[in-house]
Structures are given as structure tokens and as C-alpha cells.
Design a protein around this ligand. Structure first.
Ligand SMILES: O=C(CO)[C@@H](O)[C@H](O)COP(=O)(O)O
Ligand SMILES: [Fe+2]
Length: 226
């Protein structure tokens, strides 16, 4: 089904493993086996205060699940550490625009490793910052909360930012995946998808529910109805 402006209606869903129960991780992975991607938040204790998931964990998840992995690097200077993530089974590797020194080189390396390359924007970074980079990347991750923590409320103006990102892509004649991350729930999935988001990350909205398959299904449905 297509929207009035020619986009595919609906969106993919990526449960964020940050919200999963570490004490029962295998069972948690099984519970989200029908997701489109699994979102893995890498946090270095510098770019964001917490420390979470490293390349070793990405490899363990890849070995335990058939679902493709979407790795979100919240690290200072990804130029220094991206190689270890490119050396995993991850399907998508995304660095933060604010943290990168040679963004184009990161994209090139990611492609050479056979992966999709994503760039993430903090809430305070405008999409226009990506005017050059957009023609090379496969994905733009619009942070809809300040990075570092799960379970936060969505930042005001996020819908509008997704719409501006989508417009800029159209203007440049490119069509990367637009991913939204932070505070995504069934009550905002529709407006985010209608604004152009095609990949929804959801941590608490999935792992906070007993029935994860139903949570994923309801997010997809909400995105489609948006
Ligand atoms: O990157 C991050 C946080 O920095 C996210 O991926 C969160 O893990 C999303 O969790 P919810 O806001 O959906 O609970
Ligand atoms: Fe994330």
C-alpha cells in the first residue's frame, strides 16, 4: 500500500535489547524472533554516561538469533572503534554524526564490510547537517530522545523533524531508511510513520509487555494506520 506521496505505508519494527532482561537473555531473544531487526545499543560511558553492549555481545546475539542486527554506536570517536563492529554479523552499523571525525570514510568502510551504513542525529542536530552525507548513507537514525537511556518520553517536535528529514531526502533524490529511536509507542508510531519513518525502534514498548509478538504486531499496525 502506498501513501499519497508515493511512500510505502507502514514500518518495520526493531525491539531495542537495552530493555531486555539480561538474566534471561536467550528467552528474551526468542520472544522477539519475528521482529524485522534487533536493535543493539552500544554505549561507551563517554558519548553517553552508561556502558552497554560491545562487539562481543553483538557476536553472541548474532549467534543466538536469526533476526538481522541493527547496531547503534553511541560512542565518542567511532572512527577508532567501528572496525570491531564491522567485524561482526551486524546488518546495519550506525554512528553518530556528532561523534564522527571522518563520516564519509566511516560510510565507505561500512560498505566495504558488506553492511548498511547509518548515521544518527541527536535531537538538537538538524537534518540539514546531513546534506552532503545523505547521498551515501543507507539509513538516517533520528533520535527522538536524548541518547543514553531507555524508557524516556519522546522529545517534542520529533514528528516534524522526521518530516523535514524526509523532505530533504526527497529534495536530494535519495531514499534512505528513516529510523526513529526513543519513546516510540503505539500512540505515536502512526504519526512518525506518516511523517516518513520506516523503521521504528521500540525498547520499553516491546519488552515492557508480556506478549512481545503482540507488541510488535500492534506497532506495525499503528504505523500502517498512521
Ligand atoms: O538508543 C537508545 C537510547 O539511547 C534507544 O535505542 C533505547 O533503547 C530505546 O528505548 P525506549 O525509549 O523505546 O524504551
Ligand atoms: Fe538506540
Amino acid at each position: 500500500m502506498e501513501t499519497a506521496d508515493g511512500r510505502q505505508a507502514g514500518a518495520m519494527v526493531a525491539p531495542s535489547l537495552l530493555a531486555a532482561d539480561r538474566m534471561h537473555f536467550g528467552r528474551e531473544l526468542e520472544s522477539v524472533a519475528d521482529a524485522d531487526y534487533l536493535h543493539v545499543d552500544v554505549m561507551d560511558g563517554h558519548f553517553v554516561p552508561p556502558i552497554a553492549f560491545g562487539a562481543i555481545d553483538v557476536r553472541s546475539v548474532a549467534a543466538a538469533s536469526q533476526v538481522p542486527l541493527d547496531v547503534h554506536l553511541m560512542v565518542d570517536n567511532p572512527d577508532e572503534c567501528i572496525d570491531q563492529y564491522l567485524d561482526t554479523e551486524a546488518r546495519i552499523v550506525t554512528f553518530h554524526w556528532e561523534a564522527a571525525t571522518h563520516a564519509h570514510r566511516l560510510v565507505e568502510k561500512t560498505h566495504q564490510a558488506g553492511k548498511l551504513s547509518g548515521v544518527a542525529l541527536n535531537p538538537a542536530t538538524p537534518p540539514e547537517a546531513l546534506r552532503e552525507l545523505l547521498r551515501w548513507v543507507d539509513l538516517v537514525l533520528v533520535m527522538t530522545v536524548d541518547p543514553g537511556y531507555g524508557g524516556q518520553g519522546i522529545v517534542e517536535g520529533s514528528r516534524d523533524k522526521v518530516a523535514r528529514t524526509s523532505r530533504l531526502c526527497r529534495e536530494l533524490g535519495v531514499s534512505p531508511i528513516i529510523e526513529v529511536d526513543g519513546g516510540v509507542k503505539t500512540d505515536n508510531a502512526g504519526t512518525l510513520a506518516a511523517a516518513g519513518a520506516s523503521l521504528l525502534v521500540a525498547g520499553s514498548a516491546v519488552f515492557g509487555r508480556e506478549d512481545r509478538a503482540a507488541a510488535i504486531h500492534e506497532l506495525r499496525l499503528a504505523a500502517q494506520e498512521g
